[in-house]
Design a protein. Structure first.
Length: 69
């Protein structure tokens, strides 16, 4: 995923695009609210959740979230 600090119309903007090479993720954020480390951690956790759900669509999401936190 790509990150960009600044230029976002919102405090945090996440975008996922389905491409032939795979899913491309992008985040824009307000640096007055978030730092790059917080955004990077958020994106890693989001990727973890998406990968686990894709591997097992019947997964109980609440149980998975307990593992992430």
């Amino acid at each position: 995923m790509d990150t960009d600090s600044g230029g976002a119309r919102w405090d945090l903007y996440l975008e996922l695009s389905d491409r032939p090479q795979g899913i491309l993720g992008r985040a824009q954020y307000n640096p007055d609210i978030y730092d790059q480390t917080a955004i990077t951690d958020l994106l890693e956790q989001y990727r973890f959740i998406l990968e686990r759900v894709a591997q097992n669509p019947d997964l109980n999401l609440s149980a998975l979230l307990a593992v992430v936190q």
